[in-house]
Structures are given as C-alpha cells and as structure tokens.
Design a protein around this ligand. Structure first.
Ligand code: NAD
Length: 296
C-alpha cells in the first residue's frame, strides 16, 4: 500500500511518523521543507509537490490548518484532485467547516474518486504516541481499506456515518472542549479570588461530576504547570469554536455558551495569546480579572 501525506505540522508530522514506524510506504509533502527532510531521514519518500505526494498513492491524507488551506491543496490547480490515480481514496483529517467537507465530497466523488473525512480527537501528545482517536465519515464499504491504516496512527476509530459526518461530529466535540476551557478558567479564577487552596479545589473538582477531561487531564500538565506550549494552539481553538458558531448560525440553532466562549477566545488572541496552548485561557481570565496567574 502506498500512502501520500500532505501537511506535516504539529499533528501531521506525528501521524505520518506513526505510519512510517509501522513500515508503510509514505510520500510526504509540506510547504515547510524542515519536517519533510526529518521524515525522509526516517524512511519517508520526500515529495517535492502535492502532485508528487499523490503519485501512485492508494490513499492520500491531508492534515492542514483549516478550510482555506484544505480547499487549496485539494482542489486548486496542481491539487490532489488533479493527481490521484483512478480508484484512489482521499481522506482529509483537518478540522474544517461543513461546507468545505461537503464541497470536497461532491468534487472527489464527482470526479470518480473515493472521499472520506477523519478529523482527529485527543491531543497532540496522543498523536505523538500513536494513540489518536478518529471521527471517521466514509462509505461503509470503504472501512476495510481505511481502518487498518488509521489504526497505524491511532487506537480508536468512531465511524460516524457517511462522508462529512466525521467533520460534523468533530465540530460538536470541539465546541464542548473549548467551552470547558472557559468554564474551567472561570471556576479556577473564582476559587483563587475566594482564597481557596487551588490543589485542594482541583482535587474536589476532578472527583465530582463537575469534572471534565480538559480539567482532569490537560490542565495539570499545561497551564497549571506553567507549560503553555501548544498542545492545541489558541488560534486553532478560535478557528474551531468559530466553526461551531457558524454551524449554529447556518442551521438557526442558538448556541449562547459557544458564542460567549468564542468571544473570550477572540479577546485572548487580541491580548497576544496566539501560539499558546488553549489552557492559557485561565491565565487570560486571571489577568483580565486582575489576579495572579494560577499554578499548582
Ligand atoms: P499546524 O499549523 O501545526 O500544521 C499545519 C501544516 O500544514 C504546517 O506544517 C503547514 O506548513 C502545512 N501547510 C499549510 N499550507 C500548506 C500547503 N498549501 N501545502 C502543504 N502544506 C501546507 O497545525 P496542526 O496543529 O498540525 O493541526 C492540523 C489540523 O488538525 C487543524 O485543522 C487542527 O484544527 C487539527 N487538530 C489539531 C490538534 C492539535 O492538538 N494540534 C488536535 C486535533 C486536531
């Protein structure tokens, strides 16, 4: 099996590396040549263009920042759709909006190819360890071809339905994750302002139904440990919560908590937090309320 992998950033690099560790033949491409060279040193074929990465591939994956880059790489002149071999499967793993994934599905199936979406759950550190979760949207008949390859990069696959259902599920998943960033931040800032011992408060909050995965698993390793390196970059978080907000607007569903959290993300970005982990929202909320940063 020949794989093409395009987009070797924080996530794509680790996912492509997992394929290599599992002895698959992978051609890699990114506009940034650094990760291409690094993976070539680990056995990948370094592709010099999108077309080159698609050359002879049975499955092509893209893992790109957002809708604009995905549409460009997939559909523009020289893009994936113009370079796939007949019968090949194209799977986008990026987090994009509903219109983009539907447009890709129409374009690729219309051109006689197979298309699926497999946005990734869990954190970048899970991708590093080959423990990602995939929200897979694809025709059921393609599962035997696709699932074994995804299992080389992750441990969990949820088949959400046909093409586009992975993206829809991911948008809802991340809306919840990102709302928790704000809820956790408000709770911890209030705890601090009430003079509570943060460790004792944390122990209670993570052992009752108030708990959430972000607070329990991520907060102690990231913002509460003073580690603000992304993980999940605040700017990408803003992109994702905006996708949920737009999906709500498009379907005329009110999302008041989501929209409030989106605005706080926007303010944190304006305060210079881009490039930091999404858990930095707790620092931003402390600063906005005039109290010291909270650490364990
Ligand atoms: P990133 O910005 O680190 O990586 C994106 C990569 O795409 C970069 O290496 C960039 O050079 C490359 N790229 C951009 N335009 C390109 C083009 N035209 N051709 C080839 N390469 C191009 O982003 P990331 O953190 O790896 O996230 C990728 C996607 O995964 C995003 O949609 C994100 O929302 C989603 N995601 C991220 C995380 C996380 O924790 N970082 C977790 C789950 C899902």
């Amino acid at each position: 099996m020949q794989i093409g992998f395009i987009g070797l950033g924080r996530m794509g690099f680790s996912l492509a590396r997992s394929l290599l560790k599992n002895k698959l033949n992978v051609s890699v491409f990114d506009i940034n040549t650094g990760p291409v060279r690094e993976l070539a040193a680990e056995g990948a074929r370094a592709a010099c263009s999108i077309a080159d990465a698609c050359q002879g591939a049975d499955i092509v994956f893209t893992m790109l920042p957002g809708p604009r880059q995905v549409r460009h790489v997939a559909l523009a002149e020289g893009g994936v759709i113009h370079n796939l071999k007949p019968g090949a499967i194209y799977i986008d793993m990026s987090t994009v909006d509903v219109d983009t994934v539907d447009q890709l599905n129409d374009a690729f199936t219309g051109a006689g190819f197979q298309f699926g979406d497999a946005p990734v759950g869990r954190l970048a550190m899970h991708a590093d360890r080959g423990e990602s979760l995939f929200m897979l949207g694809i025709d059921e008949a393609l599962l035997p071809a696709v699932e074994p390859v995804l299992y080389k990069m992750g441990t969990t696959i949820h088949h959400c339905g046909g093409a586009g259902s992975g993206t829809r599920t991911k948008i809802i998943n991340n809306m919840m994750v990102l709302c928790y960033c704000q809820i956790n931040s408000e709770a911890l800032v209030l705890a601090k302002s009430l003079g509570l011992d943060i460790q004792k408060t944390f122990d209670v909050l993570t052992n009752t139904t108030a708990s959430n995965g972000q607070l329990k698993e991520k907060w102690p390793k990231k913002v509460l440990a003073g580690d603000l390196t992304p993980g999940f970059d605040l700017a990408l978080g803003y992109k994702d919560i905006s996708l949920a907000s737009s999906a709500g607007a498009a379907t005329q569903i009110a999302l008041p908590v989501c929209d409030t959290a989106k605005n706080v993300f926007r303010m944190a970005l304006a305060a210079g937090k881009s490039g930091q982990d999404t858990s930095c929202l707790t620092d931003f909320w402390a600063e906005a309320n005039g109290i010291d940063r909270i650490r364990l």
